[in-house]
Design a protein. Structure first.
Length: 333
């Protein structure tokens, strides 16, 4: 396809503007990766939330990142606003800006153009009918870039992986010390865990904690597998419900470190959440439980992803169905 936007340099300065949650950002990575592939020598920056952008910062995608929460940004969301000069010069320094901000009235886009932005490509932040990873690559057609099968990938750094190695070693020691039937457990120096994240950003996406407890007991007692619990700040309900199981935990880790830990796990099981997208994007075999959101739009992508979708509320997914899926995944692996 002929490009509608002309980038004259082989080493352009490119800015990608991406707000949203963890999963939204991860599903945008194929689009950012396509920019990197098209211009390998480009200087690429990402403007968004630093905690999330750390997944891309000097990890293949971005040369640097910048926070979107700066106070000076506010004027850019005001029609005819008095724009901050320094931030205006910053935006104007890029050869190309690709924005995924929700901007239905084109207020932000208009203000960027006032800063003499050379080339601006805007994409909708809200996919509706097609998968989000595909949707987020669509704006790149204006640059002559088409992505046939967008699959998000995350590339932990050497430091991330060094942390994960030490972290997993300590969790193996915890599990070995807690084991009461070591003869029948798969506890060796090379043991790997099945990671379970029983939380999500919304309670309507969460499978009941007592069923997760049943699944974890089944994994440990019948399949003889070691289980590690993944928890974040918003997972207090699951933490309290599963505390009696005395599981090793990956708790409140930075996203790059968590990605490297999940990369070393045998399997992952979770909900429609950013952590589930994280596991899939590092290539860990991933089981994603969905309901009521649409997996056709929001499911993790990849050859090692299995999705179980409820026809209605997620509690309609049966314990037997989840067990069967995990058993199949263990056997395939």
């Amino acid at each position: 396809m002929k490009s509608a936007v002309s980038i004259p340099s082989d080493q352009p300065r490119i800015l990608v503007i991406r707000g949203g949650a963890i999963g939204d950002f991860i599903l945008t990575l194929p689009a950012i990766g396509a920019l990197r592939e098209r211009w390998p020598q480009a200087h690429i920056e990402i403007l968004g939330y630093p905690r999330i952008l750390a997944l891309a910062d000097r990890r293949h995608y971005a040369d640097t990142v910048r926070s979107i929460d700066a106070a000076a940004m506010a004027s850019f969301f005001v029609d005819g606003g008095d724009l901050n000069d320094a931030l205006g010069d910053y935006f104007g320094s890029f050869d190309l800006i690709v924005s995924y901000l929700y901007d239905p009235d084109d207020i932000f886009g208009t203000n960027l153009r006032r800063c003499r932005v050379r080339n601006l490509v805007c994409g909708s932040a809200k996919p509706e009918k097609e998968h989000a990873a595909v949707h987020f690559t669509r704006p790149l057609a204006a640059l002559g870039i088409n992505v046939a099968d967008p699959v998000p990938r995350i590339f932990p750094s050497a430091d991330d992986r060094a942390f994960a190695e030490g972290f997993m070693r300590s969790r193996r020691r915890e599990e070995a010390d807690a084991a009461t039937d070591k003869a029948n457990r798969l506890l060796t120096s090379a043991a790997t865990f099945i990671a379970v994240h029983p939380g999500s950003g919304g309670q309507h996406k969460v499978w009941p904690a007592d069923r997760w407890a049943d699944v974890i007991r089944w994994l440990r007692d019948e399949l003889k597998r070691d289980v590690m619990l993944v928890l974040g700040e918003a997972d207090d309900v699951a933490r309290r419900a599963l505390e009696p199981l005395k599981l090793p935990m990956a708790e409140n880790l930075s996203l790059p470190r968590l990605a490297a830990v999940l990369e070393r796990c045998a399997l992952f099981a979770g909900h429609d959440s950013g952590v589930t997208h994280l596991a899939a994007a590092v290539g860990t075999p991933t089981l994603a439980l969905f309901g009521p959101t649409s997996p056709a739009v929001w499911a993790p992508r990849g050859p090692r992803v299995w999705v179980l979708a409820a026809d209605g509320p997620i509690k309609l997914l049966s314990l037997e169905l989840v067990r069967d899926a995990l058993r199949d995944m263990v056997m395939i692996r």
